[in-house]
Design a protein around this ligand. Structure first.
Ligand code: IPD
Ligand code: CA
Ligand code: CA
Length: 264
């Protein structure tokens, strides 16, 4: 099985299971803060994906959000070590858990593969709309069987932009504050509840841009490649090229990138 087939099959398998559990009286547990929630289904999804990927590629490593939360080693160290890992899968088993818990569409499975710290494959699956976004380095981005590309809009006023609410209070405040200036430039702001979905939507041109503070690598690793391979730009909020340890990012169709940057 190719790496791409592994990622797509794992995402679809988990997506089907997650969808079957919507509105079944899911219990949300608090994680790192009152805003950070997790369910048994997040953990089950991660286990399914882990088993599927490591059975196909037993010599590879996998960094999953839920296992990493329970792990001893700090994430910064894991990401530093990733530079020397030939194949590291980075998995968010449900991106948009809050939507999932409340029965709101807009949750995804995000799976990326990094080779010595460079993302070479990204898959974001939205089971509610049965949209599978995927990209391989140097080969373009796709939604199901169709090639996708970023929006052609030249001006911010002609673009929709999205952001999200992070679970850490300090990052929330900065993010909410930044909405003020962004809201004056763009057509409108959306908060769809999944960073991975936001990036997929930048890649296919539905959104002109996305920005957010306080993200984690599993939220965005796959989506970053989708955006780049679709012709877009991804930087941190200082304007530097995205690296795996960046938490504050801007992704755009390139043309409106500087407008976002200047607003922050
Ligand atoms: C969250 C979503 C949300 C973003 C948060 C993330 P989770 O991921 O991506 O859109 O605003 O920062 O933590 O907790 O649902 O996997
Ligand atoms: Ca996430
Ligand atoms: Ca998650």
């Amino acid at each position: 099985m190719s790496y791409l087939e592994t990622a797509c099959n794992a995402a679809r398998l988990a997506g089907e299971m997650i969808l079957s559990q919507v509105s079944t009286g899911i219990i949300a547990e608090k994680k790192s803060s009152n805003f950070d929630v997790v369910t048994e289904i997040d953990k089950r999804s991660e286990q399914m994906i882990r088993d599927f990927i490591l059975e196909a590629h037993p010599e590879h490593f996998l960094l999953g959000e839920e296992e990493s939360f329970a792990a001893e080693k700090p994430l910064s160290q894991v990401l530093q070590d990733a530079q020397d890992v030939p194949f590291l899968w980075i998995v968010d088993p449900i991106d948009g858990t809050a939507n999932f818990i409340h029965g709101i569409p807009g949750f995804t499975i995000s799976i990326a593969l990094a080779c010595n710290g460079e993302i070479i494959l990204g898959v974001v699956y939205d089971p509610c709309r049965d949209e599978l976004f995927w990209a391989e380095k140097g080969k373009g981005s796709f939604c199901n069987d169709k090639k996708i590309s970023i929006s052609e809009a030249e001006k911010a006023v002609d673009c929709m932009i999205a952001t999200g609410f992070v679970s850490t209070s300090a990052f929330r405040e900065v993010n909410i504050a930044s909405m003020d200036s962004i809201g004056k430039e763009f057509r409108s702001i959306r908060v769809l509840g999944s960073a991975a979905l936001h990036l997929a939507y930048v890649a296919c041109g539905r959104l002109g841009a996305f920005w957010q503070y306080g993200l984690s690598v599993w939220d965005i690793a796959a989506g970053v490649l989708l955006v780049k391979e679709a012709g877009g730009t991804v930087t941190n909020t200082k304007g530097n090229v995205y690296s795996l340890s960046d938490q504050n990012i801007i992704a755009s169709n390139s043309k409106v990138h500087s407008t976002v940057l200047n607003c922050l």
